[in-house]
Write a new protein. Sequence first.
Length: 162
Amino acid sequence: MTTCLIQIEAILNSRPLTPLSSDPSDLTCLTPAHFLIGRSLLSVPSPMVSDANIATMERYQRIEALKQHFWRRFSDEYISLLQQRTKWKRGSSTSLQLGSLVLVRDKQQPPLLWQLGRVERVHLGKDGVARVADIKTKKGVVTRAFNNICPLPIVNSCGQDV
């Protein structure tokens, strides 16, 4: 149980909070781990465990299954929290800003290896509404729909979301 809780703690402490700088070439973000150990956490990805009966698994596989279940649930809920639409809160939807640090949604990524990038270009649809963006990542420029990218909140010097 201790091993499982420590791995879950690493997942929680590796989540991106806000960009480290406003520099467009900087693709790093502040995480809770920065406050604990002064840098972000790194881990080797583990293979996916099958969805077999947990009672018949070896101990290591049980721990991995529990961790992966937590990761799937946490990432879905955390990403949906980051993707909250302002339309219902403020009366009008705001567009994604160029140069914003975003989390690229990819359900296949293991914990601690979330892909971050900066918005380089926004594509307008026929109706004039932006729904797709080009994102510069460490692996190159990728094109993703807005429902697959999550802008990280920008915090001002007083600690409030902008």
